[in-house]
Design a protein around this ligand. Sequence first.
Ligand SMILES: [Zn+2]
Length: 549
Amino acid sequence: MSAQPFHFFSKRLLLCLLGVGFLSGLIHLESMRAGESTGPIRALMISGGCCHDYPNQNLILSEGISKRAHVAWTLVRQGGSDRAIQIPLYDDPQWAEGYDVVVHNECFGGVTDAEWLETIVKPHTEGGVPAVFIHCSLHSYRGADTDAWRSLMGARSTSHERARPLKVENLKPHHPIMKHFPPMWDTPNGELYKIEKMWPDAIPLAQAYGQDTQKDHVVAWLNHLGNARVFTTTLGHHNETMQSEIYLDMVSRGLLWAVGKLEVDGSPSSGFEAPLASQLQGRRILAGDYSKKRIAIVDESGHVSWEHPIKDIHDLHVLPNGNILFQTSWTQLLEMRPDGEIVWSYDASTMNGNQGKRVEVHAFQRLANGLTMVAESGPRRIIEVDHHGVIHKEIALKVDHPDPHRDTRMARKLDNGHYLVCHEADHTVREYDRDGKVVWEYVTGGEVYGAARLRNGHTLIGNGSGHNVLEVNSAGEIVWSLSQRELPGIELAWVTTVEELPNGHFMIGNCHAGPQQPQIIEVNRDKKVIWSFLNFDAFGNAMPCSKVF
Ligand SMILES: [Zn+2]
């Protein structure tokens, strides 16, 4: 297995994207790992073509599934928005080599080349590679004079009803895929595919009634063809449907079933559960200090188990695989294994159009699908990049007082796909939706550093030079707060990171507070100090970011 669990573009695809073409001699092909007892499941997601928001759907599906099962993604989007492109991915007969499952979310209804279709299904029909088909994949290649593609799914459809929310009926409530699916699901929106034929071996899982056709149409089903196990759903035209928990649960279980890793209770087989973000299990502290020029892991007794020199730092993470994601300067990001091996790096000063610009990175985050979110001050944008630094997502940030050092502080992608961003110079926390629209903001009255969305839906704010912590509801009302001298013997200085712990306590970063004051404080809602950390030997007076794990 590779030391890098997340490999977004194979060399082959990257070369293709760069216009170099396929150089098959360079390709490292790994054999299928059907019998493996631990994840990740290596998944290839293919999207592109007409009529759907594939850039966002790639992220919704890959993040949503990886929060439910241990899946590492290669995301390939080819063909633009044209419906009649024979995408170059399939030019290579070995296109599915090295993957445990392929998710087809493509929309090429205008391609009719029967001979080409018969070759592209072979990795499934002859190679036995499991498949998940989403929505327009069923309408892709529908004019071709061959059943090669549709027999793999086990259904034929060539048209759909008008868009409207659908009532989806669970037909197999005891099947592991459908066990947690409600008896009837009202989808936020939908585009019902008219099923004209089901192959006799296909197993329907769910259906919806068609108002235009006055009959039921199957919307999710299973099929076997050759050695391949196939899950298909025609649901998924609209992003709001796709990002619902019910949809992502069903598709995740469909994928697990296809690879033979779904238990009868609907959970992933042992070893294939989603990796958990590190919980507070012990009291090891990962922290960075730019006065001591060091990032390190220490325990409560001060023993240093890992360290690395840095120049500047405002963000850091312990990843589920134990690696450390951090920055050594305002532009250089590194992912390092505990043994010191660098497994990923990103240079924001030169990548993705930043040459010659003043750019500073004050926040970044590894996402469930393996992409890395980077918030760039200066360019005033959030990007999501893959292992090769290729951008898969970009939104512009709203900044009223532009300053490359002060545009942003802590920024986090939320479970709903939104971004919560602290704008230091604007004294404002803003929430952006997937399209970059500001959907919520709060003026904090300080040079705000940190914000976290709480489980109750409120926002916890570490208010920087405001010397306080605020819990604010969606209406912008302060429902809880901690002022500068409210904790006995403690003075809040520059309040930086804030975090809600699994037990409901808050972990607060207290920077520039001097050698007598704790650098990290754990408090409960009764404002009782549960734990605190002070180590002025390992770290000094400029320790803005830390993680207790
Ligand atoms: Zn559609």
